[in-house]
Design a protein around this ligand. Structure first.
Ligand code: G6P
Ligand code: MN
Length: 441
């Protein structure tokens, strides 16, 4: 069986240990020849890189592993897969994305609302550079991208590299939801044949067929209305994620047609969610006190003890697993069905062709072969068109360095609405993102 050369971009991410453990579990189905971790933050990456050496020594001794901050070392002619999960500005900037809007009474969130806008304006530059760096050496390498806000990154990359059909933007949230549905129904997530439409962090499941062709969505809806909704891995989750999943019940009560992505809570109930967000202690602070602390302490301990046998910080997380099973489906032309982000081109027939939609697709050696969704009802179409216009304007604001387009984008965002507030938050975000954003005029 062919062995693959893989680069992980964002080696110092809190998600990396889960990804590396996933590689160990999948070494028979997705064998890796050489793995290089790459990050611009040497210190964070070193802690995880030293953990990785111990882990691989025990679980994957045949693997050629290294980590580097030198992109010429990372990206070479013979790379097959680039697994990308970068965070421009790190958690320090995520904290600002959350706290600046919250200080003005607006939703402060990593990928939604003004925070997502700010993060998008930062991510585009580094993602464009990444694609150029990879392509300078290899036209064939697959770039599987988790980098957020994936919706905006996808629109930007499509605009800048329209001919490149080996970039695939993905998100693990639909996968997390499938796992959670599976838990409620006593099924494995892979046994669903889902129908899903929308934009990234802005979509709905319309059907969930089982292997016998029965749509289980009506049963699930009843289940959620009667017993609420929890993530499959609830025991590994912080309270804010449990609250987020719990909001699905409310969304299903108000809009019972379909099952919503959890991120829709920010757009449908900004007032209610705002009441629950603490402007002094946001999700970033929770992550830093929780996952980040645990991951880095665990990695340091493993490196010191020289064994990974007691390491239990991440197990079986969808983030690490999902990108690997997508890569495997490409590598072995398996045609497995996953929900991914791609150019609409008529898949949702009453949405613009150039929208980057999130839908189910069979993933083959030629990339995604998506399933058409057809026409969607007016409510969902209206929601998506507004959000897509916001995303498009964000990318245009970046490319044209346009203050006017940035103001239009934020005004269109459902979590903002008021042009006055849009201007206030934009001005504050410009100040906070100096050096990361192009200068807007
Ligand atoms: C989900 C989303 C990701 C997002 C992550 C944030 O996995 O799909 O796009 O980055 O949640 O999780 P966190 O625990 O860092 O708040
Ligand atoms: Mn996501």
């Amino acid at each position: 069986m062919k062995k693959y050369n893989v680069v992980v971009v964002g080696g110092g991410s809190t998600w990396t240990p889960g990804l590396l453990k996933g590689m160990c579990t999948r070494k028979d189905t997705f064998p890796i020849n050489r793995l290089v971790m790459y990050d611009i933050d040497a210190e964070r990456q070193q802690t995880i890189g030293e953990f990785a050496k111990v882990l691989f020594n025990e679980e994957y001794p045949e693997l050629d592993f290294s980590y580097t901050t030198d992109k010429d070392e990372a990206f070479t002619e013979d790379v097959d897969f680039v697994l990308c999960q970068m965070r421009t500005g790190g958690y320090a900037m995520r904290e600002k994305d959350e706290k600046i809007p919250l200080s003005m009474g607006l939703i402060g969130q990593e990928t939604c609302g003004p925070g997502g806008f700010a993060y998008g304006m930062r991510s585009i530059r580094d993602m464009v550079e990444l694609v150029k760096d990879v392509r300078a050496k290899s036209q064939d390498a697959w770039i599987l991208n988790y980098t957020n806000p994936a919706a905006i990154v996808a629109v930007a990359l499509q605009e800048i590299f329209p001919e490149d059909n080996r970039i695939l933007n993905i998100c693990d949230q639909p996968e997390n939801l499938l796992r959670s549905y599976g838990k409620l129904l006593g099924m494995n997530e892979r046994d669903f044949d889902p129908v899903y439409f929308g934009l990234n962090h802005f979509g709905w499941f319309t059907h969930l067929y089982n292997q016998e062709g029965k749509d289980l969505l009506p049963e699930l809806r009843e289940n959620i209305l009667n017993g609420g909704f929890r993530p499959a891995d609830a025991e590994q989750r912080d309270q804010s994620w449990l609250d987020t999943y719990a909001m699905v019940e409310q969304m299903v009560r108000d809009f019972p047609d379909y099952l919503p992505n959890t991120y829709l809570q920010y757009y449908l109930y900004p007032d209610k969610v705002l009441n629950k967000l603490n402007p002094e202690f946001t999700r970033t602070n929770e992550v830093q006190a929780g996952r980040e602390k645990r991951v880095f302490e665990d990695c340091a301990r493993v490196a010191e003890m020289g064994t990974s046998k007691e390491s239990n910080v991440v197990h079986n997380d969808a983030h690490g697993e999902f990108i690997l099973i997508v890569a495997e489906s490409i590598a072995h032309n398996k045609g497995d069905n996953f929900i991914v982000i791609l150019k609409n081109n008529g898949l949702v027939s009453n949405l613009p062709d150039d929208a980057m939609v999130e839908v189910a697709a069979s993933i083959t050696v030629n990339g995604p072969r998506p399933y058409a969704v057809g026409e969607i009802p007016t409510f969902y179409k209206g929601m998506i068109e507004g959000q897509y216009a916001y995303e498009k304007l964000t990318v245009e604001a970046y490319l044209e360095k346009s203050y006017g387009k940035a103001l239009q984008a934020l005004t269109l965002n459902r979590t903002v609405v008021s042009a006055k507030q849009a201007r206030e938050v934009l001005d504050a975000l410009i100040e906070a993102n100096k050096g990361y954003w192009p200068e807007l005029r």
